[in-house]
Design a protein around this ligand. Structure first.
Ligand SMILES: [Zn+2]
Length: 623
């Protein structure tokens, strides 16, 4: 239909009532508030608790058989008010068992018998196999004496598995025969929390982390010419590195320029990086405190660049940032600088919170996957490496520093990483690079599930849309609406309250309501709880006496930014920006006043940072 110069009738007759919103709170979450483990203002409750583990791991790899094996001792403390009859341990590599349930196809050559558990001990007493059950990527160890509140137990586990070798293996890789990235490689105690008890989401390859904050001391034995990069701080460089390389490593920890620690030249000249190991192997020791996971990678032919940045101006705290990469990966020569610049921006701008760890290594694996202090990132050449580097390293904040349960609420972490990667990427690259993910294609379809749907219940495409695309669009609208200052205040408050803990959605909503000074439930509900889609349209012109305005209609269900441009008949142009709050009162239309005495020629709605499901109704032209 041709829209003419219309006199639109009941535009502003809509009630000015703010429709009272109520966010549905599942009953098990309500119970946490009754029990005071969480508080209604969004803070951790007076009785908040979480359990804790300390790991001592000794592991090795066999390049010929691709076997990863290890022994570990876990001190696990029960801080819950419940008595635990068993301890649940995650065996992620049971994903590769012949009959495992998997979200992805895998190459049948990679099928294995899963994790081989050779021995389990409880407080140093070696158990019979009857003492533990297996299934769904879990090992449940029945305790001889139930673990009362406040008590600790020591578990010992000897294990091994065969690493998958196919390209495209999720999260980890045997990238080449002497370069591996090891993920989820040790039996790890599952989370027992105040909302769900023992986390029971089997690992299917799709839903990612939910881990408690643990201390790690890990000894890793690899072939004597290989370097190991891992979560934590390397404890024994002095005894391992030859003096020239030790000098470079120490220099990199002092200066803000990128230092090439292992260079192409060194490899060409067959330089010896390491002092002689025993029997063709050597052992690295890494330690990390209060991190939700441990990952490692090794290679005998990767280049290594490193630099140091100050991540907290107040305390002067520094972080050593590294890139370890295949000399053939052309984009990787700038990754160390990119990662360092990205972390600096994240520490000071968005989210604007000091990077929490002493190390970050971006390792040239073949995925895009985050771990505490480690990224497994494929070479993006010929594309720029900025977006991927920023995305994966921004995950440090969510789900690591903030211990998000991605198996239930992946939007609380992937949505943020997707939000940061757009804005921070543009800044690091110095030009617009990042764009919003494609939410419009999926918005309002029956795979566009409200993000509050537990992530574990979503199949691949719905999981992607609910965890990345839709929450990214929501956070962008939130950012535009609150403005940097208010947004940052809410973010810092949220992080101060919940870092090192396990926030769930209502802790997020309530903290932001509290810190922004405004009940934003009217925004949260349509974006996170309801079916729907974002769609604005230019409805036409409205003339009231001498005052003309352009009318924007919200045809969809989401409060969203109305950004656009007005072009006048005399060739002049003006932009307008209204943020989501203009829809707060439940109105379906807004008016944008036109410059008086000017004839309007064309109105165009839209912005690269606004998702609109139907761009077809975003242009109005005077005919
Ligand atoms: Zn991500």
């Amino acid at each position: 239909m041709k829209i003419k110069f219309l006199f639109l009738l009941p535009l502003l007759v809509l009630t000015e009532l703010v429709v009272a919103q109520q966010l549905f709170m599942p009953l098990n979450i309500r119970k946490a508030y009754d029990n005071n483990t969480r508080a209604m203002d969004g803070k951790p409750g007076a009785k908040y608790w979480q359990n804790k583990a300390s790991y001592k791991i000794d592991m090795q790899v066999d390049l010929a058989t691709r076997e990863v094996s290890g022994t570990e001792k876990i001190d696990y403390t029960n801080n819950s008010p419940d008595t635990l009859k068993f301890i649940r341990v995650k065996l992620a590599h049971d994903l590769w068992k012949k009959n495992a349930v998997r979200a992805f196809e895998i190459n049948t050559a990679d099928l294995t018998d899963g994790v081989d558990i050779q021995q389990v001990s409880i407080n140093n007493r070696i158990t019979e196999a009857e003492q533990y059950n297996r299934g769904n990527t879990f090992l449940n160890i029945k305790l001889y004496t139930p673990l009362a509140p406040g008590e600790s137990v020591n578990l010992g586990i000897n294990w091994s598995y065969i690493a998958a070798q196919s390209k495209g293996t999720p999260r980890e890789c045997v990238c080449d025969s002497t370069t591996w990235f090891l993920a989820y490689s040790y039996p790890q105690v599952a989370v027992y929390d105040d909302l769900h008890g023992w986390a029971d989401t089997p690992y299917s390859g799709l839903q990612e982390m939910y881990n408690d904050f643990s201390d790690y001391e890990v000894r890793i034995t690899v072939p004597a010419n290989a370097m190991v990069w891992a979560t934590g701080v390397w404890q024994n460089p002095d005894e391992m590195l030859e003096s020239e390389f030790l000098r470079r490593y120490n220099t990199a920890q002092k200066i803000e320029d990128v230092v090439s620690i292992f260079t192409q030249e060194d490899y060409k000249n067959k330089r010896q990086f390491f002092k002689k190991g025993n029997n063709g192997t050597h052992s690295f020791v890494y330690k990390a405190e209060a991190v939700p996971d441990f990952a490692l990678a090794f290679s005998d032919h990767f280049l290594w660049d490193a630099t140091t940045i100050t991540v907290d101006a107040k305390t002067g705290r520094k972080t050593l940032v590294s890139a370890a990469y295949n000399p053939d990966s052309k984009d990787y020569y700038e990754v160390c600088r990119v990662a360092a610049d990205g972390l600096k921006l994240m520490s000071t701008w968005l989210p604007g919170y000091p990077y929490p760890y002493p190390r970050m290594t971006v390792f040239n694996g073949d995925d895009g996957m985050e771990f505490p202090m480690m990224c497994n990132d494929v070479s993006t050449f010929p594309r720029s490496p900025v977006g991927l580097t920023v995305h994966e390293s921004s995950h440090t904040y969510f789900p690591f520093m903030m211990g998000i349960n991605e198996q239930m609420y992946a939007w609380m972490d992937e949505g943020w990483a997707a939000f940061f990667d757009v804005l921070v990427t543009d800044s690091v690259a110095g030009q617009p690079q990042g764009s919003l993910r494609d939410y419009p294609t999926f918005a309002g379809t029956d795979i566009d599930m409200p993000p509050m749907t537990p992530s574990r219940n979503l199949a691949y495409q719905s999981y992607r849309v609910a965890s990345y695309n839709r929450p990214q669009a929501a956070y962008m609208n939130l950012y535009q609406m609150l403005g940097y200052k208010r947004f940052h205040k809410c973010m810092v408050e949220y992080m101060d309250r919940w870092k090192g803990k396990h926030p769930q959605p209502f802790d997020f909503f309530n903290t932001w309501n509290d810190a922004s000074g405004e009940n934003l439930d009217w925004f949260w509900k349509p974006w996170f709880f309801d079916w729907g889609y974002p769609d604005l349209a230019v409805q036409g012109l409205s003339q009231k006496g001498k005052k003309a305005s352009i009318v924007i209609e919200n045809m969809g269900t989401m409060p969203m930014s109305a950004y656009g441009e007005i072009e006048y008949a005399d060739g002049s142009k003006e932009t307008f920006k209204r943020t989501a709050e203009v829809w707060k009162k439940g109105n379906k239309t807004i008016s944008i006043p036109l410059a008086s005495g000017k004839m309007v020629k064309k109105v165009t709605l839209g912005d690269p940072h606004v998702s609109d499901a139907n761009p077809g109704n975003n242009i109005w032209e005077k005919k």
